[in-house]
Ligand binder design. Structure first.
Ligand SMILES: NC(=O)c1ccc[n+]([C@@H]2O[C@H](COP(=O)([O-])OP(=O)(O)OC[C@H]3O[C@@H](n4cnc5c(N)ncnc54)[C@H](OP(=O)(O)O)[C@@H]3O)[C@@H](O)[C@H]2O)c1
Length: 248
């Protein structure tokens, strides 16, 4: 198996959901570490104004809603020579498996967190199959490693994304495409606003993702909580399920 290591210097990047939270922090970190250009996906491109002012021509706003096939195709047609695709856009719809909102909530989570990723990646994959090293980075969650009942349908979507990531890696095993799965714990963004837990920063997550690219890592646990969960998962996956079961 090839081990693909990626230095961000001079690279062209496409990020979904780059206007806030973890996606914005990844855009900033890659540009600060020498990326040539970031195609910054956002549903509303005016939400990228501050990044545009700061980074000028290096930041190219791209309108993108990952639940809309036309939007995906139009976005993919605008971007060129992408070296790194970051599937970051995500939603956190709550609802237990036996709750009234179970099906709506699962549908919402799957549309963005799973279907959005497979559709966007398929729209861009030919650009990534190059003789040079390229990467696909999928932002899953520790909740994709074992189900967290307080976020049961979200966990299902992130677990499906974990499997999708493994499948992409398998199909691309003899290529120069690094397929990285990222498994954050609670991070201080709008998404986790209501969660009464200690949270790491999106900037730390972004730094560890870029470190993972440079080291050619398949799996990245980018924050304090996920580093502990990742170690436990490697040793005893059932105990991760047992621990997450306490978050009801
Ligand atoms: N925060 C955490 O604790 C945590 C933990 C583990 C994993 N994650 C994952 O990390 C990723 C980023 O989350 P975050 O914490 O940065 O959340 P966030 O601050 O809520 O940002 C979510 C981003 O996704 C975009 N988005 C949502 N639906 C979209 C759609 N249909 N099409 C395109 N973009 C869409 C949002 O765009 P708008 O501004 O237009 O809504 C926003 O840019 C997600 O995949 C999330 O599941 C987060």
């Amino acid at each position: 198996m090839l081990q693909t290591k990626i230095n961000p210097e001079g690279k062209t990047v496409f990020i979904s959901g780059s206007n806030r939270g973890i996606g914005k922090a990844i855009a900033v970190e890659l540009l600060e570490q020498g990326a040539k250009k970031v195609y910054a996906g956002a549903r509303n491109t005016s939400s990228l104004d501050d990044l545009k002012v700061k980074y000028g021509d290096k930041l190219v706003p791209v309108e993108l809603d990952v639940t809309d096939d036309n939007s995906i195709n139009e976005a993919a047609a605008q971007i060129k020579d992408v070296d790194i695709l970051v599937n970051n856009a995500g939603v956190f719809a709550t609802g237990g498996i036996f709750s009234e909102q179970a099906f709506d909530s699962l549908d919402t989570n799957l549309k963005v967190n799973l279907w959005g990723v497979i559709k966007l990646t398929n729209a861009v994959i030919e650009q990534l199959k190059q003789p040079k090293e390229t990467a696909i980075i999928n932002i899953s969650s520790v909740a994709g490693l074992a189900n967290m009942p307080m976020a049961a349908t979200y966990s299902v979507s992130k677990s499906a994304l974990h499997s999708l990531t493994q499948g992409m890696r398998g199909e691309l095993v003899n290529s120069n495409v690094l397929v990285m799965g990222v498994y954050p714990g609670p991070i201080d963004t709008d998404m986790a606003k209501g969660l009464p837990m200690e949270k790491d920063s999106p900037e730390n997550v972004a730094k560890n993702i870029v470190k993972g690219l440079i080291e050619g890592k398949d799996d990245v646990y980018p924050d304090v909580m996920s580093t502990q969960v990742g170690a436990l998962y490697a040793e005893d996956p059932k105990s991760v399920e047992d621990n997450f079961g306490k978050y009801v």
